[in-house]
Design a protein around this ligand. Sequence first.
Ligand code: FAD
Length: 435
Amino acid sequence: MPLEGVDEAVSMKTTSFWSDDFPRPDDLPVASALPSQVDVAVVGGGYAGLNAAYTLAKQGTSVAVLEQHTIGWGASSRNGGITGCGLKQGMPTIFKRYGEARARVFWQASLDALEIIRALVQEEGVACDFQPRGDLSVAYKPSHFEGMRARVAWHRKVLGHELVLLSREELREEIGSNAYYGGVVDPHGIGLHPAKLVFGLARVAARHGAQLCEHAEVKRVQPTAQGYLLHTTRGVLAAREVVVTTNGYTGRFMPQVRRLIVPAGSYSIVTEPLPPDLQREISPKGRMFWDSKWFLNYFRLTPDGRMLWGGRNDLSTNLDLYKSARILRRQMLRAFPQLQAYKVTHTWTGQLGIPFDLMPKVGRLPNGVHYAVGFGGHGLHMALYTGREVARLLLGQVSRSPFAEIPQRRYFFYRHNPWFMPLVAYYYRARDWLS
Ligand SMILES: Cc1cc2nc3c(=O)[nH]c(=O)nc-3n(C[C@H](O)[C@H](O)[C@H](O)COP(=O)(O)OP(=O)(O)OC[C@H]3O[C@@H](n4cnc5c(N)ncnc54)[C@H](O)[C@@H]3O)c2cc1C
């Protein structure tokens, strides 16, 4: 039985499929030395940091991206490559919580974020297997389908956004699985190759003059009369402004940012490539999928025809990757028993930053440092968006960010260690069970 024998475990790679398929290009134009001084230092070389750098460099600002490992090392090269309209927090909740005027701004931000990806592809020539084929969320339980019906009606009435509700029978045209009780198609959903996007964006940022500094972990940011000194493992850099985009990997160097988000693990597997007939059976329209649980599974076919299956097993960041593969594969086979004979080739994880209120965190600390973090599982488009937003604030192109204006609480019970996450996981598991 695949995965249970030692041989299978040994042959499975424990690195992201995406960066195995498309490794960091050897000719990525990285800086050979740390510059001594820049206008803006960006900490973190993922979508948020690189898009901030790209936006700033395009306007002639001197900018360096400081990445502790290699460019794209974090979640930006490990994610599912699935994105669409909206934020992690549902729009009806956002309307209730922040009022209609603000909520409409947040909704528009999510649409603009998708346009950033489109522009990178179409105007900057970033080749990332961009697939604007729509997404499909599937009802894991009959009761979830009723919630979907209400969601479709709400989006039509309040946002004028047309989603397509599908009954269990209609779902057969969309997905080769009998496990689900209906679903909702959003035609605006997008699939892409996350590693190709992050390395493509890095190349574009460098083309506009951004300096990409790898193996430059920022240990300390020291305010000075002229700005800041960034103490890194490659030396010291002076900058007028600092932008922190370290998200799920934010460590102790910036506790004020770390306390806004909780790092959580997301885990994925891919199978070997599937025969074309089976690919068509599983996903006749090439949609991106996720299910309706709190502990949701996201899944899709990769551009080379593998099944990618992911989820947040238990929110921890240190689950054994072979154990994770067994759990994920069991879930995958429950939905797609026809995949039984296909080997899992990769099992990996990455960390995302989950904010307590599930809303992106953009702002400026009392010491003047800017940040953009906390996207939950919706970081692909929102990290790009908020990175650009912080850059625009620094350039004076906008005077405020709506994300910076919502309350950003830090809680006394969370300083560095998210000890409460197992309890949170139990709570959401219970909600999934009871719903
Ligand atoms: C397995 C997985 C699946 C996901 N699937 C999806 C999906 O399908 N759709 C979606 O929208 N989102 C998804 N996400 C979330 C999404 O990938 C992230 O929200 C997004 O990539 C965040 O980008 P970022 O630039 O903010 O952070 P990251 O890409 O994580 O980059 C942060 C970088 O900061 C660096 N860093 C940290 N500390 C320092 C320091 N002190 N000095 C220098 N550098 C430092 C890290 O090394 C890291 O490279 C997924 C995440 C994971 C892990």
